[in-house]
Design a protein around this ligand. Structure first.
Ligand SMILES: Nc1ncnc2c1ncn2[C@@H]1O[C@H](COP(=O)(O)OP(=O)(O)O)[C@@H](O)[C@H]1O
Ligand SMILES: [Mg+2]
Length: 355
């Protein structure tokens, strides 16, 4: 048990001041009148005692309350118990008030830090769980096809090539998955920094559309570019914006219907607006409202088997959201089942930023 610092101070103050008071008072009594020795000792004792009790009580009362408060806050921190403290602004006060305020601030800061660490820990556990789950499916599929081939199917001309092709498709899935995982982990740890440049948006859009034409034709989907100013420059990381457009247009193709369409262009904004809004609109299967807010979560898919069949990893939109947020811009999704979806995001025009 530690000694109470202010009890000690109060005890000493009361002791010294009472002795002083008693000596002065008794001196005065001697000076004024004749007293017997016994009377003097009695008066000294009474004055000393009453003075001591008064000074001690007042001094202890004044300080104990505040020191106990500090003690309580610090004890709570050591037990990871955090109370809600209000009024944490600096106010006029003495050192004790300052100590009390610092202890409460420390409590708040430790609580926030513990919450942050818990969140990271949970995120890490969840991420590892998700990855193992995603890896299991293609690995077991490859194992199954190879086993069947080794057990004799390799000599069966009817199925051997089919099984090998299926195994290859699963190997490819593992490759996409690894690529996307590396990308999202770099984005989430902040290792991948955006390299902002002046980018001709029209060029990037045409580049991406051209690279996806083959895929679109295979799925019988048409990609249309709604023409816009070829000289429009935006402040962006060229490769990252390309990645965003690829992921969004690819989704527009994958989650479309035969003979469907994907349209890319700029939504109308005010002429003096500092931002443009790029949209990717499809005539596809769309989504229910409850799924719209979840599609940017890692590994979330509305229809897992459709996504897998089309080579999806469930990470595309999570990557898109990260990149757009790293640009300080926003992603917006509108969708209606069986009608289609429109994904749009803002970009800042070059004339409005100093690079
Ligand atoms: N244009 C779209 N139309 C309908 N659903 C979509 C569209 N884009 C994405 N989705 C839904 O969101 C999910 C997550 O998309 P994404 O992160 O790109 O992963 P993936 O395409 O690999 O499944 C998809 O599985 C799909 O269910
Ligand atoms: Mg995708």
């Amino acid at each position: 048990m530690t000694k109470n610092f202010f009890s000690t101070i109060a005890l000493r103050t009361a002791g010294f001041s009472s002795i002083a008071m008693a000596i002065v008072s008794v001196g005065l009594l001697v000076y004024l009148k004749d007293f017997t020795r016994a009377e003097l000792i009695l008066s000294f004792s009474i004055i000393f005692f009453s003075g001591f009790v008064t000074v001690y009580s007042v001094s202890a009362w004044l300080h104990n309350k505040r020191i106990n408060e500090i003690n309580r806050v610090l004890k709570n921190i050591s037990k990871k118990k955090f109370e809600e403290y209000e009024n944490l602004e600096e106010k006029e006060g003495d050192e004790l008030d300052y100590l009390s305020l610092q202890a409460k601030k420390a409590s708040k800061m430790v609580e926030k830090e513990l919450l942050r660490l818990n969140k990271i820990e949970n995120y890490r556990k969840e991420f590892i769980g998700d990855i193992s789950h995603e890896l299991k499916t293609p690995i077991f599929a490859i194992q199954g096809f190879i086993e069947t081939l080794l057990n004799g199917a390799i000599h069966d001309k009817e199925v051997n090539e089919v099984f090998l092709k299926k195994a290859m498709r699963n190997v490819n899935r593992l490759i996409y998955l690894t690529k996307d995982l590396m990308e999202i982990s770099k984005l989430e740890t902040g290792e991948m920094k955006s390299n902002f440049q002046e980018v001709y948006l029209h060029d990037v859009v045409l580049d991406v559309v051209e690279s996806l034409q083959y895929k679109a034709q295979k799925e019988d989907v048409e990609i249309l570019v709604n023409e816009f100013d070829k000289n429009l420059q935006v402040k962006a990381d060229r490769n990252q914006i390309k990645q965003v457009l690829i992921n969004l247009i690819e989704n527009g193709i994958k989650y479309n219907q035969e003979g469907g369409r994907v349209e890319v262009g700029l939504l109308p904004t005010k002429k003096d607006s500092e931002r443009v809004r790029v949209y990717i609109k499809d005539t596809g299967i769309g989504m229910e409202v409850k799924d719209i807010s979840r599609v940017t979560e890692r590994f979330f898919r509305v229809d897992k088997s459709r996504s897998r069949d089309k080579g999806g990893t469930g990470l595309g939109l999570a990557i898109v959201k990260h990149i757009i947020e790293a640009h300080g811009e926003a992603l917006h999704i509108e969708s209606e089942p069986d009608v289609g979806s429109t994904f749009s995001f803002t970009l800042t025009k070059v004339s409005h930023v100093s690079l």
